[in-house]
Design a protein around this ligand. Structure first.
Ligand code: ACO
Length: 460
């Protein structure tokens, strides 16, 4: 059996058991059943609890052995001292995939108990996620087997997180920010299934376009780097690796018991594995957004177009800081743009359309740029002014992308008050990499041009 089919039952189960399902709202074992029901999962749900008849309309079973037929995925939500026995029951029932939600294992020094459950899993050929996790969300199966928020916006990114609390918080945040996910996996103590197994799965998963990992440490670095190198040719991997500072590394090791390792070693190894390491959460999400919504560019020539000189300067500074190439605007391109823009605008790069620019000016200029062979990426910047509704500009930029026969990377920043926020949210809804500041629109382009494009050139 290949590793892929080992992992698949976690994501595409037909029959799910929750051992330790609780009758009491608010308890973790209750909320997981509630989320599975609310997410519209179409398979069978078997709560296991010897003290209950039914939970949320599902018939309850006294034990795993009482369930008729196959169970593909079992979630364990009983206290730690009961997990060994439940793992044996799952093994006897030949459950291929088990998620242990329960805490109280190696993360608090109880290594012996963790080793015992891993041994049981190995003995029965069971794959194990956790312990100490909040579960799994997989959009394609409409399966929210977590005790996080009951609604998660479906999308293109698989998010693997070693931190439970951060992952739970991000589940709610992604919906708020219109950042859709194909999957969220809380891997907890990574006693069996680890980042590498999941990268292998998501690399071949058609519903996933990019992979985002929050990592504190690695147990098997070689396995991770081999999987990452294989996957990167198919889709980008962005890693937030915590513990960059000495104190951060110490905090990481006491949080999940990870050996955070020397940070410089990780940085070098990520480079070799062609994994993109983000320095902050904002950077990671900005990169992923640009990567999800754009093709890989064919060159490095960037043009910035703006209605505000100051914003153009800020974006230029950022481009220079990170090595993005603002192309010299050729004379024939200047001639084309001159016909559309006022004489007091600037035809240098950034192209300054001036505060007079309306939506039609943005549409025409963006269309010209997107249609040129020698322009490989466009960054459109807009400062809210009194003479135009930002929504019109957003629609104009969207239209220019839609009408462009050549598919090219484009990012945008719309800066201003409420109307600008509404307009840039609309662009996000339309799967456009839009941001609230010029630097972030530049960073999105950087991820495509300098990082992923460069990494692909040297990928295996
Ligand atoms: N088989 C199945 N169910 C059983 C059994 C059995 N043999 N025996 C008892 N049960 C039932 C109980 O009756 C109870 O149901 P009820 O509420 O209807 O009576 C249910 O199983 C749960 O058992 P409890 O003893 O009530 O356990 P409790 O819910 O208090 O705690 C839990 C279990 C949640 C697993 C806890 O031990 C734990 O580990 N909590 C932390 C979980 C966590 O944070 N994980 C990491 C997440 S990531 C992050 O950091 C956010």
């Amino acid at each position: 059996m290949t590793r892929l089919s080992d992992i698949e039952p976690f994501f595409r189960p037909r029959n799910v058991a929750i051992v330790g399902a609780s009758r009491k709202p608010g308890k973790i074992g209750h909320e997981i059943v509630r989320n599975i029901k609310a997410s519209g999962f179409s398979g069978n749900v078997f709560p296991v609890n010897p003290n209950a008849q039914s939970i949320l309309g599902f018939k309850c079973y006294r034990s795993m052995s009482e369930i008729d037929g196959k169970v593909d995925l079992a979630l364990i939500v009983v206290p730690a001292d009961m997990t060994e026995q439940v793992m044996i029951e799952c093994g006897e029932k030949q459950v291929p995939a088990v998620i242990i939600i329960t805490s109280g294992f190696s993360e608090v020094g109880n290594v012996a108990l963790e080793n015992k459950i891993v041994d049981i899993a190995k003995q029965y050929g069971t794959r194990l996620i956790g312990p100490n996790t909040f579960g799994i969300f997989y959009a394609e199966s409409k399966l929210n087997a977590t005790f996080g928020p009951n609604y998660v916006l479906p999308g293109k990114t698989a998010f693997i997180t070693q931190s439970g609390a951060l992952g739970l918080a991000l589940m709610a945040w992604t919906t708020e920010e219109r950042f859709g996910v194909s999957s969220i996996v809380s891997i907890g103590n990574k006693s069996d299934v680890d980042d590498a197994d999941l990268i292998d799965f998501f690399a071949d998963d058609a519903s996933t376009q990019s992979i985002l990992i929050y990592m504190e440490g690695l147990r098997n670095g070689k396995k991770f780097f081999e999987s990452a190198r294989r996957a990167v040719r198919k889709k980008p991997i962005v890693v937030m690796k915590a513990g960059r500072s000495k104190r951060g590394a110490l905090a990481a090791s006491s949080h999940t018991g990870s050996i955070a390792g020397q940070d410089v070693v990780f940085t070098a190894a990520f480079e070799q594995a062609r994994v993109m390491r983000a320095k902050s959460m904002t950077q990671a999400f900005d990169w992923i957004q640009a990567l999800n919504e754009n093709p890989v560019p064919s060159g490095e020539n960037i043009v910035i177009v703006t209605n505000g000189g100051g914003m153009g300067v800020l974006a230029t500074d950022r481009c220079e800081e990170i090595g993005l190439n603002l192309m010299e605007i050729p004379e024939d391109l200047k001639d084309e743009i001159r016909k559309i823009t006022p004489s007091y605008g600037s035809l240098k790069n950034p192209i300054d359309l001036t505060a007079n620019a309306d939506d039609e000016t943005y549409r025409k200029v963006a269309s010209i740029l997107l249609g040129r062979e020698d322009v490989h990426g466009v960054i459109a910047l807009f400062c809210q002014t009194a003479n135009i509704d930002p929504m019109l500009v957003a629609e104009a930029i969207l239209l220019s992308r839609e009408q462009s026969p050549k598919k090219k990377p484009i990012t945008a920043a719309l800066i201003g008050g409420h109307l600008a926020t509404v307009a840039y949210s609309r662009m996000l809804e339309k799967k456009f990499a839009a941001y609230p500041t010029p630097e972030r629109a530049v960073d999105g382009m950087y991820a495509l041009i300098m990082r992923y494009r460069e990494l692909l050139k040297t990928a295996d």
